[in-house]
Design a protein around this ligand. Sequence first.
Ligand code: ADP
Length: 365
Amino acid sequence: MLCWAAAPLGLETHVLDPDANAPAAGLASHFVQGDFNDAETVFRFGRGMGVVTIEIEHVSIAALHRLRAEGVLVHPSPDALATIQDKGLQKDFYKKNGLPSAPHHIYKDAEALREAVRRGEQALPFVQKARRLGYDGRGVAVVRQHSDLATKLLDVPCLVEELVEIEKELAVIVARNAQGQVAAYPLVEMHFGEATNLLEILVCPADLPPQVAEAAYQLAKQTIEAFGLCGLLAVEMFWAKDGRLLINEVAPRTHNSGHHTIEACATSQFEQQLRAVLGWPLGGAALRAPAAMVNLLGEPGHEGAVRYEGLEGCLAIKDAHLHLYGKAMTKPFRKMGHITLLADTREAALEKAAQAKCLLRVVSG
Ligand code: ADP
């Protein structure tokens, strides 16, 4: 999607991905297959580029530092990325900068956490999160009772935080360029799958009291300033039942909570990311129409060559915009595409989203 946004801006794109069949392979001006955790591969790839950016956090930080030292523009900055890659450092960062987030403790492994519970230092219930490589709800364990300590804990360096009673899960994508210009996209409300922790449906605008919405925008702007980032920052937040607004986590890149911006906003998040990292003026972020977005996830029990059922029905919905990512193989809950539905009201957009979700199935064979 970044490559699509780059073409009309007259930009040449070079993409590095470990998978030779990556969706971007056919869209980038130049494609290189390689491991983005391998410092030498990333360094060789980035050398001589005008600007280097990322679409996933788990990239060799050492290589990004080396590229910067050679004069390559790297956004987000390797230091901010190192903080964000490690959820423990990320949480410490919020605390140090006075940014509200659920209180947390850090443990070296499952046994250290069990010991803290035994000594009465760690109360239940809580949420345990792997410090590294968590993604799409993998690496998150909800521990409600003592029996969960034997079965649910992740045996990795982790952080533990309060189990928040959530009223709504929200996200604000905010952009900032090198000149310090900042633009925030309209707040979205996210609905996650109970079992998968995956984003299933998103709706924009969010339905919130105006003072909560205003506080969320201010918090997103404060957060990007605190990190000093150029580019996008997706700030995921909890609006708790007790009224607190808490940062859950951030992503310094284009994000699933902004896919609807392609059709629903004045400038898509992908174009905005390019403008921001290049130091160009930011585009308008205003909402042109209420929107809902459905992630198209691989059906459980289906693994192999992908087949889509119900596509025609979906395309027949007025103002439905289909995006299939061109991944050849499906597996349970793999993100295979998304569909954005525009309407005159958020309720009508949500209704269309429910319809699309019923119609479309991502299966194998
Ligand atoms: P990931 O990085 O894998 O997306 P998150 O930290 O966003 O993981 O957690 C995934 C989901 O788990 C959240 O969207 C939310 O529904 C739930 N969750 C995470 N942290 C908490 C918490 N402290 N209290 C309650 N629910 C939480």
